[in-house]
Design a protein around this ligand. Structure first.
Ligand SMILES: NC(=O)c1ccc[n+]([C@@H]2O[C@H](COP(=O)([O-])OP(=O)(O)OC[C@H]3O[C@@H](n4cnc5c(N)ncnc54)[C@H](O)[C@@H]3O)[C@@H](O)[C@H]2O)c1
Length: 308
């Protein structure tokens, strides 16, 4: 898997998963544009890649606006002469249950994740099309966007929206040779370290130990580096033919997500009024109700820190 001679942008790559993606792309030979709102972590990320023998530069800017997106693409072209890969990873959380969520909580999360992905992909695709580059786009989703999660109205909207855009872009970009896929990661980062359910896994990581198998295998939860190989693969020539897919990875587990499909189709001559729905469709509907929410297996007692 060789990315030598290619150039990549990873948004939000000063820390966490983005940093692992950037380091992994660089390790395979790509020059990387690091992006973050925090100048210190952005500079440290560039230093880390350069010290390891790679090429990197930083753009400190909040993704969301068209200007920031254009600046990222222009920097890749100016510094490295080209752009081949875009990973839209930057993200924030503003979790609150619905009645407590303010307009600002909603708008901020939508601006970084949904608008940030839209504007960066639009700029990168413009470049790919004009330069006839068979580019690779990796957008970052979340189990919350796939399934819903308590307290995450804004984040669920943004992440489900990102996967909706990926499905649409896979159609729009198909003829240009550009591939666009979504990755649904689960990993220990600043974003997840404080979730009580993961406490025993974080404890192991902080002690320099491997996380227990329950987390790595049953739950699919591991380190940020566990996710990076999938991003490098999707960025490479080896990913030829893979387009519009949603792939989840965490710990030792990798998964292909399905796209929504109708699970029950019933035809009635003349259509469905409310009474007919109540009489004929509702009984079948009740037998086929779809589940919502992420499925967390019960923690084995020895890994449950909730009572500690
Ligand atoms: N950690 C997980 O288990 C998990 C699960 C599902 C999805 N994700 C997604 O993965 C991505 C990375 O998450 P993480 O866990 O590494 O989070 P993180 O908080 O550790 O890192 C996110 C980085 O993005 C930067 N950032 C925030 N707003 C930005 C903006 N407007 N422009 C540029 N940079 C910005 C932050 O400064 C930070 O360095 C996010 O999109 C997140 O939603 C993470």
């Amino acid at each position: 898997m060789d990315l030598t001679g290619k150039a990549a942008i990873v948004t939000g790559s000063g820390r966490g998963l983005g940093l692992s993606y950037a380091a992994e792309l660089a390790r395979h030979g790509a020059a990387v544009v690091i992006n973050d709102v925090d100048p210190e972590v952005a500079e440290a990320a560039v230093r880390g890649i350069v010290d390891a023998g790679g090429r990197a530069t930083a753009v400190v800017a909040p993704v969301g606006s068209a200007e920031a997106a254009d600046a990222l693409v222009a920097t890749a072209v100016r510094e490295f002469g080209r752009l081949d890969v875009l990973v839209t990873n930057a993200g924030i959380l503003r979790d609150k249950s619905l009645l407590k969520m303010t307009d600002d909580d909603f708008d901020q999360v939508i601006a970084v994740h949904l608008r940030g992905t839209f504007t960066c992909v639009r700029s990168a695709f413009g470049y790919f099309k004009e330069s006839e580059t068979p580019g690779r786009i990796v957008a970052i989703g979340s189990p919350t966007g796939q399934r819903g999660n308590f307290g995450q109205t804004n984040y669920a909207a943004a992440k489900a929206g990102i996967v909706g855009m990926v499905r649409t872009w896979a159609l729009e970009m198909a003829r240009s040779g550009v591939l666009v896929n979504a990755v649904v990661p689960v990993a220990s980062t600043a974003m997840t370290r404080t979730v009580p359910y993961f406490a025993a896994a974080i404890e192991a990581e902080d002690a320099g130990l491997a996380m227990p198998d329950f987390f790595r295998k049953d739950l699919g939860f591991g380190t940020a580096d566990d996710v990076a190989g999938l991003v490098a693969f999707l960025a490479s020539d080896d990913a030829a033919g893979i387009n519009g897919q949603v792939i989840g990875v965490g710990g030792d587990r990798i998964q292909l997500w399905s796209h929504p499909e109708p699970v029950l189709s019933v035809i009635a001559e003349g259509g469905w009024d409310a009474e007919r729905i109540a009489d004929e469709f509702a009984p079948q509907l009740r037998e086929n109700l779809q589940s919502v929410g992420e499925k967390f297996p019960t923690l084995p007692p020895e890994l449950d820190r909730s009572g500690a």
